[in-house]
Design a protein around this ligand. Structure first.
Ligand SMILES: Nc1ncnc2c1ncn2[C@@H]1O[C@H](COP(=O)(O)OP(=O)(O)O)[C@@H](O)[C@H]1O
Ligand SMILES: [Mg+2]
Length: 172
């Protein structure tokens, strides 16, 4: 099997007024292509910070990746520019945050958030992204109307419960 992700001796720390929190202190692991890996540990042991570090979503201050390396598909993630990282984030590596039912941004329309991902990663026009997004929403509402349960986010659930669906939901 081919190696897809290689995390080596990764250390991420938070520099707080109360002292340095060694949230991740030298984790190493590999993930092969097609492999599913679960990271298990007690609350506070550093699972989320490991994921956020791989996505380069640790903000400084107070957090910082202080050492180690993250190789993904031949790329050294710790040396990529923010622009290059944005192409990987959401396109090649995604994170489903804890409590995904509330993870959509409530100040942006759902359409805007779907369009952003599609135009950014698929390099398609805004018009095509709207069409594709509409098809996605239609397939969801179709499942809901057939009695299926679908978890996309509270926002969609809320919107679905309070507004009747109309294909103009993407117009800003
Ligand atoms: N922004 C932060 N500032 C200070 N400490 C943090 C911050 N984020 C996480 N930590 C600390 O890092 C450690 C690992 O947290 P986390 O990765 O969220 O654990 P979990 O394994 O439950 O996902 C915990 O001790 C947590 O308190
Ligand atoms: Mg966590």
């Amino acid at each position: 099997m081919e190696k897809l992700l290689e995390v080596k001796d990764l250390k991420t720390q938070f520099f707080t007024y109360a002292g340095v929190v060694k949230a991740v202190d030298g984790i190493s692991f590999d993930i092969m292509k097609g492999e599913a890996v679960g990271l298990v540990g007690e609350s506070g042991c550093g699972k989320t910070v490991t994921g956020l570090s791989i996505m380069r979503l640790i903000s400084y201050p107070p957090g910082k990746i202080v050492s180690g390396s993250i190789q993904f598909d031949g790329k050294d993630l710790l040396s990529l520019s923010e622009k290059e990282m944005r192409e990987i984030r959401g396109g090649e590596i995604s994170m489903i945050f804890q409590d995904p039912m509330t993870s959509l941004n409530p100040v942006l329309t759902i359409g805007e958030q779907i369009i952003e991902v599609l135009t950014l990663h698929k390099k398609i026009s805004r018009e095509d992204a709207k069409k594709q997004g509409n098809r996605f929403i239609e397939s969801c509402t179709d499942k809901i109307s057939r009695g299926g349960y679908i978890t996309i986010s509270t926002s969609i659930k809320w919107w679905y419960e309070t507004e009747s669906y109309d294909s103009d939901c993407f117009s800003m």
